[in-house]
Design a protein around this ligand. Structure first.
Ligand code: BV8
Ligand code: ZN
Length: 250
């Protein structure tokens, strides 16, 4: 695969790289992207209609069961070459920050050490009423399980539609987008706000935006370089091209 020499020079000279990711970076691990996610039993539901506090209030059983179904899907999956190459960037560039919209935790599993989870993490739970972290007791027969502190319903530790993003995560993501030398945008349809505004913001701050996606996206126009293809193929190739002297995955 051939890359623009300017792009390779920019990567080699970078001090700080931001890697903004969406569901597409986990697609090759076998996790359906958010737009494809609804299959089988859940085919009749739209994700946007289940991932809301209103849906949880109205039908906590169904929403909790949906997350249990998604956790079961994710339990068996592993980081793919895209996650691993993004983690390996840390051996090549002084500072790498991953800003992810994904809730699957795969960037951590791949070894990335600076990960901002804008939309939370599906493996965490907290109480819908008192917001205390809530690990459901294994014996919990309630669905959803109950909070040990107040008896309220336990909910997944993700950001639902209509909920604000965690302020510390959002502020740090904006700050990194403003200062990183290079801003990768990998595997996102850039439809979900306010996360989708980050590539625009990075570009408006004069950062070099690089888009990696097999399909065209709304934000290709903000990218200095658009690399059309799957992340699991392109990201490892890009590292090999920019740092040929370094061993695989080192
Ligand atoms: C907020 C956690 C404000 C949950 C997620 C009308 C009514 C209400 C709200 C709104 C509205 N209009 C706009 C909004 C705002 C809303 C929003 O953006 N809605 C959308 C649907 C229009 N946003 C919110 O509500 C946010 N909060 O605005 O708060 C506020 C302010 C003050 C006070 C109170 C509130 C919160 C949004 C967070 C939602 N939670 N996840 C869960 O997972 O259950 S978002 C969820 O969808 C995912 O986490 C993910 O981030 C997102 C899906 O986006 P992508 O990751 O891009 O995935 P997608 O499937 O779309 O695309 C995949 C891409 O990968 C594609 O481009 C594909 O081509 C590519 N691809 C495929 N294969 C590969 C690949 N790329 C590379 N390699 C491959 N192999
Ligand atoms: Zn509680």
């Amino acid at each position: 695969m051939r890359f623009d020499p300017d792009l390779l020079d920019k990567l080699r000279g970078a001090h700080h790289i931001a890697v903004f990711t969406g569901a597409g970076v986990s697609a090759e691990s076998g996790i359906p992207t958010f737009r494809e996610a609804q299959t089988g039993l859940w085919a009749n539901f739209r994700a946007e209609d289940l991932a809301t506090p209103e849906a949880f209030r109205r039908d906590p059983f169904t929403v909790w069961k949906w997350y249990e179904w998604r956790r079961d899907l994710m339990r068996e999956v592993r980081p793919n070459p895209a996650h691993l190459a993004i983690a390996a960037l840390e051996q090549r560039v002084p500072h790498v920050t991953v800003i992810t919209q994904n809730v699957d935790g795969l960037h951590h599993s791949a070894g990335s050490t600076d990960v901002i989870e804008l939309h939370g993490n599906i493996w965490n739970n907290f109480c819908f009423h008192c917001r205390q972290p809530g690990e459901p007791a294994a014996s919990a027969s309630d669905v959803p399980p109950r909070c040990a502190h107040c008896g309220g319903m336990v909910r997944p530790g993700v950001v639902w539609f209509g909920e604000s993003l965690p302020a510390p995560a959002w502020h740090r993501a904006a700050e990194v987008s403003e200062h990183a030398d290079v801003f990768f945008c990998i595997g996102t349809s850039s439809l979900v706000e306010p996360a989708a505004s980050l590539p625009r913001y990075a570009q408006s701050c004069g950062r070099t935006v690089i888009q990696i996606n097999p399909e065209a996206t709304l934000h290709d126009g903000f990218a200095r370089h658009v690399l059309r293809g799957k992340a699991g193929h392109i990201v490892p190739e890009l590292l090999r091209a920019a740092w040929p002297e370094q061993r695989e995955g080192a």
